[in-house]
Structures are given as C-alpha cells and as structure tokens.
Design a protein around this ligand. Sequence first.
Ligand code: PXL
Length: 307
Amino acid sequence: MNGNNDSGTIKSIIPRVAAVHDMSGFGRVSLTECIPVMSAMGIEVCPLPTAVLSTHTYNFKGYSVCDMTDNMPKTIEHWKALGIKFDAVYSGYLCSPRQIEILKSLIEWAKADGALIVVDPVMGDSELLGTAALYTEHMAEICSGMRSLAAYADVITPNLTETCLLLGEKIPEPGHYTDNKTVRGYLKRLSELGSNTVVITGVMGSENDMFAALYDSTTCKYYKIDCGYVNRRFHGTGDIFTSVFTGALLHGSTPLEAACLSAEFVSDAIQSTMEHPEMAVREGVLFEPVLAEFFSKEHPKKRYIEI
Ligand code: PXL
C-alpha cells in the first residue's frame, strides 16, 4: 500500500477542512491565521484561496489583489475527481459575488457526505472602521449572498457589525453597548436564516464587558462568553476565534465548549499583543507565542453565563 486509494476516495486520517479564505501576505488574517491555528489543533487544512493579497485591506494603501474566482471551480472539480472527503467546509472573506455560488456548490457536495459547514460572513467592522463599516466597497454587493449562505451553514459567526448587515439593522457606532435582550433577538433572527448554531463576536455589554454571544438551537439556550476586555482595538481576532471554534467542534466539543476555548485563545493572543505596544493594530494579534502551549494545557476558567 502506498496510500493512494484506487477506489476513488481520499478519506481523512485526522479531521480535514476545506478553508475558503483569502491569503493576505502581511497582517495576520484569514489563511495566515486559520492554517497555523487549525494545524496546531491537529486538523488538516486544505486552502481554497478566494484572493491573494499583499496585505489585508485595513489601514494599508496600495495593496495588490489577485482575485482567485476563476481558479476556484477548477480546484473544486479536481477535489471532486479525487474524491477527497472533507469533515468541514469553513469559509471567510470572499472576493466577488460569483464566489457565493461557487462556494455553495462546494458546500452541497461536501455536505452530502456529512461535512460540518461553518460560514464566517466577513464583511466589515464598525469598531475599527466607524459607521462606514465595510472592509471594501465590494462587500455591499456580497451582503445578500452572505445572507443566503447562512441557509447552507450549520454554524455562522458574524461580528456585531456583520450581524446588523445580515439583519438589515443600523450599524452600531464604535463603543456601542448592546443589552442581553437585543443580543438574544439578534441571535434568534440570525438562526432563522438557517443555521443551527450562531455566534456573534465582538459585542460590548457595558464598560469593560467584551463578549461573544452564542445560540445553540438544539438546546434553545443563549450564552455570553467573556472575551477579556482590553482598552484597545484589535484586528484579525474574528478569524482566530472561528478557526478555534471550528477545530474544537471537529474534535467533538459542544458549541458552548468550543466558544469558551475560542474566547480564551483570543484573550491570550490579545494579552501577548499587549506586551508589544509598538505593534500597530493593522499587524493583527500576536497569536504565535500562544500557539505552542495552548492546545495541550487545561482550560479550567469558567467564562460563560446563560442569558
Ligand atoms: O479578517 C478580516 C479580513 C479578511 N481578509 C481581508 C481583510 C480582512 C479585514 O480587513 O481585509 C483581505
């Protein structure tokens, strides 16, 4: 046996995820976070790049963008021909409206074989960008497609700005506080778009209270998960949150356990960033020093409450 399977399937040895994100060369987002984080969790990551950029788009001028839309169907066809089995499809930043339909075709194929579908509807962040909110102008064209993608997903993980974009609500001002009743309403309405599990990241309840909110429709319970407030803005935390969340679900965690682990990882990465005040926000969070130990240590702290 040489490992090549003549029956036309390539089974996963460890959990395998098709990761549909951009590759930004500098700035720690998307694939440059998803690959190392999920690899450290013992997950095989197969990237399907949506774009290749010199840097991400936040606070950089003159970045190069190579739109990978035309390459995506070819990659998917090759994967199908090889019979590669995916345990999950995890999508993030998309570069053109056409990528929505291409992604749906990948999801339909992988889901027929039982893959978990995680959609992070990456579009913007008013905490960083003010009420203009969108990462780039083309996100306005992608928004309705992101909403339709939710019906294909088991899990969606928008931040608060993306939540409002998906629900047609007013974009929150930076520093805006959201009460529990409003959070529950958002979670419920998002779940009605079609996914069983909904996480909203980057919510502020009050001063010093930064949390992720979770709705698990199998238990009909709502939770707040403490993300460890720090008085500074960060970029790229949503991508590491959802990478850990997806990895933990693939290892059998419940959504609540997965959300607590993700919040702790983001919080530790933020602490490590704070040790380097010379780091600009656009450089992302310094998660690399946290990676080596994080997934082998215990995580005893209780970080959630039911709301
Ligand atoms: O993490 C969000 C993200 C992903 N990909 C690209 C981005 C951003 C946010 O700025 O610009 C290219």
